[in-house]
Design a protein around this ligand. Structure first.
Ligand code: 5RP
Length: 221
């Protein structure tokens, strides 16, 4: 029987468990692929100390499995962070934030020594940018930031009816030429009122576990 996208996500989530050291506190991402990983962590919960969650949703799911959720400030540096992506290149640069959790994801990733990205094969691209780039913005800066994004050649669209875990809004930006993700990540973060943008290039993934119908492929930058 043909493998579904969920089968591929489950396969990479299972493979990611091999990257979790014994007795550690694990950094945990957000989204449907991260949810499969949380379910796998539930099966080995007695071998870990706990987890730092990148969203309220992931914290709830972790707790539902009886896994202790620790604040990042208490946990300190983490050995590993496991999360999905909306797009990823062979350089392991990513677009993230489809679920709106990009800021906390970037913080937990920054505090982790290894970033393991778990994706089904549909997420691998040659050039980032087909997926609209999520940008978390302080609400009062919405119009100002949108004008700056238009000046950069983007078409920002407010994510309607959505507030981030940090109380902010998301602008989803289409039409940006993302040929140099490291540079664009910095440029966008320098717009006053931007909290974070969904480019994860300055701190790319270290390992990509890619789910394909032929099995899980491991890519490193
Ligand atoms: C959430 C994210 C997710 O990692 C990204 O949206 C991928 O989600 P999924 O695994 O459901 O495709 O960045 O903010």
């Amino acid at each position: 029987m043909a493998m579904t996208q969920d089968d591929l996500k489950r396969a990479v989530a299972q493979a990611a468990i091999a990257h979790v050291p014994a007795n550690c506190i694990v950094g945990v991402g957000t989204g449907s692929t991260a949810n499969f990983f949380i379910d796998e962590l539930g099966k080995i919960k007695h071998k870990i100390q706990g987890a730092v969650a990148s969203s309220e949703a992931s914290a709830k799911r972790l707790q539902g499995h009886g896994i202790e959720v620790v604040s990042l400030n208490d946990a300190g540096s983490l050995p590993v962070y496991v999360d999905g992506a909306d797009e990823i290149t062979r350089h392991l640069h990513m677009v993230k934030g489809g679920g709106g959790a990009l800021t906390r994801e970037k913080i937990v990733a920054a505090a982790s020594r290894k970033f393991v990205c778990v994706c089904d094969a549909s997420k691998l691209v040659d050039v980032l940018g087909k997926f609209p780039l999520p940008i978390e913005v302080i609400p009062m800066a919405r119009s100002y930031v949108a004008r700056q994004l238009v000046a950069l050649g983007g078409q920002p669209k407010l994510r309607e009816g959505f507030t981030t875990d940090n109380g902010n809004i998301i602008l989803d930006v289409q039409g940006l030429q993302i040929l140099n993700p490291v540079e664009l990540e910095t440029t966008l973060n320098n717009i006053t009122g931007v909290v974070t943008n969904g480019l994860f290039a300055r701190r790319p993934a270290d390992v990509l576990l890619l789910g394909t119908p032929d099995g899980v492929q491991t890519l490193t930058a």
